[in-house]
Write a new protein. Structure first.
Length: 598
């Protein structure tokens, strides 16, 4: 718009204000209506969008709380199973020993100390005689003459065998750190009470895991006994913290169900929170998790700023458009042209913002995997320790004909620990251990393991290339990636099916993911149920799973994705409902494979 045209607009506006000709005065209601409508319509639309987004954000927060409390329950269950195993191992170790022998055995003290060093969730181990006196421990030797007859676990187990008893949070009598004791009864040959084996557990082991898994402001979590005694809490609690009242929201919810979801005001700090809770399977303990409603709505506030910016720009454009239309109809075409340019810029900006936000969300997901995978791997390690511990007990008692089976099972548990170490290495962003190996030979060695993992209802076909296929990658992680894909394929074939694993050397020129050069492609194809597009778009997201709770963590394919990327390769997936799924892993060929014909 030229200066002359702008001056004419100013004079026209001034003329209208001073009471110009009737035709200009009649435009005032039209002008006012257009401006008012241009301002009110976006404001009303903004209010509707904002309210719908608020509901969506709170619903998403509730889903996140439910998912997190399931993770907390699985972690706590594994820890208590570990405590139970340790108490059983020690009870078995001292079977047949008198209390005099127990009290005088420095070797027993050393054994207990070694056990504690292997389990970071355990503070110390104590052996209590029938009179309630400490006779040996992992902490000090000789044991101090301290009585524990007033402890709840001793009183309960002296009366009758309740199995594993989980005591209240107390101040330690030998150490000043707060602990809660997990105890198991020792019985004589006649079945009478013969003392207690005590595992002193660290509440900080739970709170450290919770803090690492959430990392959000306003987060609360608690480990609570059935009657309301607090064992661990974030924000921290100590042994002097009173139990939860029966009228508290959590205790009222526990009285109704073993798991659930609710919103209420915290009795601790008075903040509105979104809560979920779940009973730890096999133990009279509940884990709860909550986030403040104000903390959840921070995401909504961020959205409001973004929406407000767009709506403000739209409102300004509409008002300007109404002004131009009321002042001079002849400039409508010019104003429309400028509006289209503005709208185009807004669309381009929105598209750029969507791309950046998508990249940011993906980076945050992978960062969350890096932060949480370590804790989850520790949980899997606890499970393997439980399995290995029971197998060690079986090994001592197994008949000669069963000993070989138990030994093989222990070997499998050892390989499982190796897989856990690989997961921890990935979570810490540590370098892999690449080596040059024949991919076809590795698949051949996996044949029996894959068939056992797939079961009798799924057929397996391995189709290697005609010549050796030498690649440069971490062999253990390569085999684990193939196994992860195979297990997902098995679950997609609930009745019967066939899994085909084929290898091929090829030269890539920019696809997929910008790869160029010589690569080996491992194609894993199943005849399963396949996936719809909305599921296929999320299969590599950390913790995304379509399986029922307890049947999968959602980490398998995200680990495959991370491994291929870290190995300078890529992974692709194709699937459609009812037509099976094909996953291809691209890994770099080594110089040993020779040149591929162009």
């Amino acid at each position: 718009m030229s200066w002359l045209t702008w001056a004419r607009h100013v004079n026209l506006c001034r003329h209208m204000r001073l009471g110009g000709p009737t035709k200009h005065r009649t435009t005032r209601p039209l002008f006012s209506g257009l401006v008012l409508g241009a301002a009110l319509l976006p404001a009303m639309l903004y209010a509707v969008v904002a309210w719908q987004d608020r509901i969506s954000v709170l619903n998403q927060a509730g889903q996140n709380v439910r998912s997190t409390v399931r993770t907390f329950e699985e972690h706590a269950r594994n820890v208590f199973e570990t405590h139970k195993l340790v108490a059983s191992l020690i009870n078995d170790h001292i079977r047949g020993m008198s209390w005099r022998e127990i009290a005088d055995s420095d070797a027993l003290h050393a054994y207990l100390a070694d056990v504690v060093r292997d389990y970071p969730q355990i503070k110390s181990l104590w052996l209590i005689d029938p009179a309630g006196l400490i006779r040996n421990s992992s902490a000090v030797f000789p044991a101090p003459s301290v009585s524990v007859t007033d402890r709840d676990y001793f009183t309960a187990l002296r009366e009758h065998d309740t199995g594993l008893f989980i005591g209240q949070l107390v101040h330690g009598r030998v150490f000043t750190e707060d602990i809660f004791n997990v105890a198991q009864r020792r019985s004589s040959a006649s079945g009478s009470f013969d003392g207690v084996v005590v595992v002193s557990a660290l509440p900080s082991y739970f709170t450290n895991f919770w803090n690492a898994a959430t990392r959000q402001p306003g987060v609360a979590a608690a480990l609570v006994r059935r009657e309301g005694a607090i064992l661990a809490r974030a924000p921290p609690a100590d042994a002097d913290t009173p139990p939860l009242a029966a009228t508290s929201p959590l205790m009222r919810a526990i009285d109704t169900n073993d798991s659930g979801f609710y919103r209420g005001v915290s009795t601790i700090d008075g903040r509105d929170r979104i809560y979920a809770f779940q009973k730890i399977s096999g133990f009279p303990v509940y884990v709860g998790h909550g986030i403040s409603e104000s903390g959840a709505l921070r995401t909504w506030h961020d959205h409001l700023l973004v929406y407000g910016g767009f709506f403000a720009m739209g409102t300004l454009g509409l008002v300007l458009l109404a002004l131009v239309a009321a002042l001079r109809a002849g400039r409508e075409a010019v104003a429309l042209h400028h509006w289209r340019e503005t709208a185009q810029q807004l669309n381009e900006e929105a598209e750029r913002r969507a791309v950046v936000e998508g990249q940011l969300r993906q980076a945050q997901k992978m960062e969350a995997l890096g932060q949480i995978a370590s804790g989850i791997a520790h949980d899997f390690g606890n499970i393997l320790y439980v399995i290995a511990g029971y197998l060690e007990l079986l090994q001592r008692r197994a008949a000669p004909g069963d000993l070989e089976l138990v030994t093989k099972a222990l070997g499998a548990a050892s390989r499982g620990r190796g897989a856990i170490r690989s997961i921890l290495s990935f979570a810490r962003r540590q370098p892999l251990s690449p080596e040059v190996f024949d991919l076809n030979a590795a698949l051949s060695s996996m044949d029996s393991m894959l068939r056992q993992a797939l079961g009798s209802r799924v057929g397996l076909e391995i189709v290697p290339t005609g010549a050796p296929c030498w690649i440069t990658a971490d062999r253990n992680q390569t085999e684990l990636a193939i196994l992860n894909v195979a297990l997902n394929a098995r679950d997609a074939m609930p009745s019967r099916g066939t899994l085909t694993v084929a290898t091929k050397a090829m030269r890539l020129a920019g696809e997929p993911d910008g790869l160029a050069g010589d690569f080996a492609a491992v194609t894993v194809k199943d005849t399963g149920t396949g996936m719809p597009p909305e599921v296929l778009a999320k299969v590599f997201d950390p913790f995304f799973t379509t399986k029922v709770p307890g049947k999968g963590t959602g980490l398998g394919l995200s680990m495959v994705y991370g491994f291929t990327k870290q190995s300078h390769g890529a992974v692709t997936i194709e699937s459609s409902a009812g037509r099976g799924t094909t996953v291809v892993l691209y890994l770099p060929l080594s110089a040993s494979s020779g040149a591929i014909a162009r």
